[in-house]
Design a protein around this ligand. Structure first.
Ligand code: NAD
Ligand code: FES
Length: 281
């Protein structure tokens, strides 16, 4: 069993857990993820590692309560345990001889972006960060991102904090004046990463994205996380989750992400006792 040692609410329905998992904490690197199960035979949830502390033996994960299982996970408290915590999985990211990076994070995607920016900052790389959310309450890790960024731009869709609009507006403004970046790192909803890549392609700035397709086993066996990158089939769990964003087929990924939308909705309705029962027969 894996104990939850800290629980924090970062925004409406967005939770942070520190989980006691010393072996994972010892090996974890930025860019990697874990798969957890609340109980034996439960649903497997892939979550990117948001932080890790090898001394304390804890791994930090951040998740949004969107479906049946993440809502159930959100009800767990400090001191409770979960059955499985498998990892670290995926290929760690590496930044060799980088001097300047532009980091773009949208919504809960700021959680997997943070450890990469922190590592770059520790390596002495200049990082300009842009983070965005629907509104000020949904913004996560603002202070943490500010602490590891040379400049931080905040955006909200409703204008309740920072720039009124999408992260892509600020990205365009920056690249209009300055394209001298070794890389742009973009993590967030697929639609955000698609439009970030469209902009950075026009400005010819190399771009890394981190993909979150449906995952099941996390070991390259089931094919659930299949994505097309540069016309080749890749498995996000073993070949990624980080890829060259200019080569990713985002439209296909978004289609595949929504394959089980109806089943996910039904599972949540059942769990909440809202399942439609036909009384016509
Ligand atoms: P959201 O929908 O609130 O979007 C976050 C920000 O992304 C917005 O504030 C905006 O700045 C930008 N954005 C959104 N749509 C855009 C568009 N059309 N053009 C340009 N910019 C746009 O984010 P959310 O509700 O937190 O999103 C949750 C999504 O993030 C889920 O789909 C989840 O799967 C995904 N997610 C991805 C990762 C990852 O590793 N890639 C990690 C966690 C969550
Ligand atoms: Fe099964 Fe990647 S999650 S192949």
């Amino acid at each position: 069993m894996f104990k939850i040692t800290r629980k924090k609410e970062l925004g409406p329905g967005v939770k942070l857990f520190d989980i006691e998992a010393p072996l994972v904490a010892k090996k974890a690197k930025p860019g990697q993820f874990v798969i957890l199960r609340i109980r034996e035979n439960g649903e497997r949830i892939p979550l990117t590692i948001a932080d890790y502390d090898p001394d304390k033996g804890t791994v930090t994960v951040i998740f949004q309560e969107v479906g049946k299982t993440t809502k159930e996970l959100g009800k767990k408290d400090e001191g409770d345990s979960i059955a499985d915590f498998l990892g670290p999985l995926g290929v760690p990211v590496e930044f060799l001889n980088y001097k300047r990076v532009l980091a773009v994070g949208g919504g809960v995607g700021v959680a997997p972006l943070y450890p990469k920016v922190k590592m770059l900052h520790q390596q002495g790389v200049e990082v300009i960060s842009i983070i965005g959310a629907k509104n000020r309450d949904m913004l996560i890790l603002e202070d943490e991102m500010r602490a590891v960024s040379d400049e931080l731009y905040v955006c909200t869709d409703d204008g309740s904090k920072g720039h009124h609009g999408f992260v892509t507006d600020v990205l365009k403004q920056i690249l209009e004046k300055d394209t001298d970046f070794d890389e742009v790192i973009a993590i967030g909803p697929a639609i955000m990463m698609k439009f970030v890549c469209k902009i950075t392609k026009a400005y010819k700035v190399k771009t890394m994205v981190s993909l979150n397709p449906i995952m099941i086993d996390g070991t390259g066996m089931c094919g659930g996380c299949r994505v097309t990158v540069g016309n080749e089939t890749k498995f996000a769990c073993v070949d990624g989750p980080a890829f060259d964003g200019h080569l990713v087929d985002f439209d296909e990924m978004m289609r595949r992400q929504s394959i089980y939308k109806d089943e996910e909705k039904l599972a949540l309705e059942r769990a909440e006792g809202r399942e439609h029962k036909c009384r016509l027969t």
